[in-house]
Every structure is written in structure tokens, then in C-alpha cells.
Write a new protein. Structure first.
Length: 183
């Protein structure tokens, strides 16, 4: 027999999640059609919601795994049922797009949204979307190398100054780097 307790918890969690999405959508009616149109264009240009495409398939797979573990004899029925229900729910993806457009419309002016769309639809904007993460990763590497060098040089310079100031005859400051004679 299928374990319906797990399914019930999943349905309850989904209902709570949907209520948190739908309530703000009802409050978003102060956004004009022009703002929403510009926001949708900006979202499409930036690909702001592309990462959300896998939410429903991932949830469906997770639910399949949970239910099949509970009732392995019904694997085919569980898979078929969940796939069918997930396809029925796929149409609700537009609710998320609408919510995202509302958020963008409230965050940016129509002029800003149009500028965002124009830029990200340009060759430079497309290049930034494609290669920006690579450039950011390389910059982080460069910053790490630079920070290591700065740390080394700061420690050496401060140690030298502190050791010279504290007295030539006393022990060096603990934890500082002392210079080694040049060879």
C-alpha cells in the first residue's frame, strides 16, 4: 500500500508554499501593464527565472523517490501518476513568471527595465551573461593570490618595523616573520 502520510506532508508543505506565493500576487495589482510588459522583457533578456525551470521536475523526482521507497511494488503506478500530475501543474509556471515580473516592475522603473532589456539583448549583454561567471571566477582567483602576497608583505614589513622599534637587544615580537639574510 502506498504511504499516504508522506504524500500528505508534501501536499501540506506545497499548500503553505503556494499561499506565500499567491498572497503577494494578489497585492501586486498596483503595477501597470506597461511595467509588467517591460519587466517580462527584462526578465527574459537576463534569464532571471531560468534557474527555476527545474523546480517542478526536481520536486516530482523527489516525491517519486520517497513514495517508491515506501511502496516499491507500485513503482510504475507511482511514476506514471506523479508524471501526469506534474504535467498538469506545469501550466502554473506562468504564476512564477508573473510574480517575478511584478517584483521587477516594483523594483525598477519602465525606463530602467527597457534599458536592462536593451543592454542584455545586445552583443555585449549576451557576452556578459555567458562569460561573466568565468571572469568573476578568474577575478576571485586573482584576488586570492593578491591577498596572499599582501598578507606576506604586510607581515614582513610590520615585523621588521616592530622588531627594530622594540629594541635591538630584546627577543623579536612573537609570531612575526624575521628577515633571513640575503644569499
Amino acid at each position: 500500500m502506498i504511504n499516504f502520510a508522506g504524500l500528505g506532508r508534501t501536499v501540506a508543505a506545497s499548500a503553505i508554499l503556494l499561499s506565500t506565493v499567491m498572497i503577494p500576487a494578489l497585492q501586486a495589482q498596483d503595477v501597470s501593464d506597461e511595467q509588467l510588459k517591460a519587466a517580462r522583457a527584462a526578465i527574459a533578456a537576463v534569464g532571471a527565472t531560468n534557474n527555476f525551470d527545474n523546480i517542478l521536475p526536481n520536486l516530482a523526482e523527489r516525491l517519486k523517490t520517497t513514495l517508491i521507497q515506501s511502496s516499491p511494488n507500485h513503482e510504475d503506478l507511482i511514476s506514471t501518476t506523479i508524471d501526469a500530475k506534474a504535467l498538469e501543474l506545469a501550466a502554473r509556471r506562468s504564476d512564477l513568471e508573473r510574480e517575478a515580473a511584478t517584483i521587477y516592475a516594483k523594483t525598477f522603473t519602465v525606463e530602467q527595465l527597457n534599458a536592462i532589456s536593451t543592454f542584455y539583448n545586445s552583443d555585449a549583454g549576451k557576452k556578459l551573461l555567458n562569460d561573466g561567471p568565468i571572469a568573476s571566477r578568474e577575478m576571485l582567483k586573482a584576488a586570492d593570490i593578491w591577498a596572499a602576497g599582501i598578507s606576506r608583505d604586510l607581515n614582513a614589513a610590520a615585523s621588521k618595523e616592530l622588531n627594530a622599534t622594540l629594541t635591538a637587544g630584546q627577543q623579536p615580537v612573537p609570531g612575526t616573520v624575521t628577515e633571513t639574510p640575503a644569499q
